[in-house]
Design a protein around this ligand. Sequence first.
Ligand SMILES: [Zn+2]
Length: 340
Amino acid sequence: MRGVIMHTAGDVRVEERDDPKIIEPTDAIVRLTATCICGSDLWPYRGVEPADHQVMGHEYVGVVEEVGSEVRNVKVGDFVVGSFVISDGTCEICRSGYQSQCVHRQFVSQTIGTQAEKARIPFADGTLVPTPGHPDPELIPSLLAASDVLGTGWFGAVAAEAAPGKTVAVVGDGAVGLMAVLAAKQLGAERIIAMSRHPERQRLALEYGATDIVEERGEEGVAKIKELTGGLGAHSVVEAVGTQESTLQAIGATRPAGYMGIVGVNYEVAIPGIQLFFPGIHVHGGPAPVRRFLPDLIQLIWERKIDPGKVFDLTLPLDQAAEGYRAMDERRAIKVLLTV
Ligand SMILES: [Zn+2]
C-alpha cells in the first residue's frame, strides 16, 4: 500500500509500505476513505520533534476490511470513525471516560500512521465507532473531523465547563479552536469570544457560533476580554494553541475561580503557579478522550446538526501529501484533507 513517510524534518514522501495484517485477535484492518494532516504533524515537519523515516497521520475514517477473532462491536463492511488514541475500552481509566489515558494507550501517529491506504487498528472494539450506515460523500469531511479536531475542541469546551449562561473565550483559531467554538455553541454557551486576527478564520468562527471576535493578543487580548465581561474575565477559556503567550493569555482571560480547558500541545510552556493559585483557576485538559464523545458527535453529524467538515479548506489526493504539509506549514490552509 502507499503511505506517507517523513524522512526527516520538511521531507515528506508517499512511498510503498507493507500492507497491515491482523496481529492480535482484537485488531481490525481498515481500508481508509479519507485522512488528513494535523497541526501536530507540523511539530516533526518543523524539527521540533524528531523524525526519522516516521509513518505519519492519526485521523481516519474508512471501511473495515478484516477483523480479528475477538472483535465484537465492528464487523467487515462497517464504515467506522476512530479516535487518534488506541484504547481498550475496558480498563478502569477508559470506563471513567478517559480513553485517551487508557492503560493500553497507543498514539496512532507514532506507530500506525493513517496517512495511508490502510491501517491496522488495535483494540478495535475500544477504539472504533461504526456509523449508522455508509455515509453520503459530503458527510465524510465532518466524520473525519470527529476523529481528532472536533473531539479535541469538544473536550476543550467540556473541560472549560462551557454551558448555558456561560461566556466562553477560545484562544486559537486553528481547526481545534474553531471546533471549540462549535462545541461551546452546542453546549449552550451564551457568549462565545473567538480570539483571531485572520479574516477567513473569523468568518468561520462566526458561522460556528462565535458572538464576538477579539483580534488583540497577549496583555491587550486579556484587557479586551475583561472589557467584554464586566472586568471579570470569561467563565470558561479554551487554550487551543500551546505556546507560552497563548497559555498566559488564556490564564489572564479566565475569571477568578473560572475554568480553563487546555488542548494545545504545550511542550515548552512554563506556568507560574501563583498565576493559577491566587485567582483559583480550575485547569483541565490533555489529549482528548475523543472516543467518549464519538457516538454523540457521529449522531450530530449524521443528522446534519453540525458541519465541522468546513475546517478542511484544501483537499488533495494522498499522493500530493507533501504539498498539503507545505500549505499547512505556510498557513495557506487551516486543515488539509487527503483522499485515499
Ligand atoms: Zn483502557
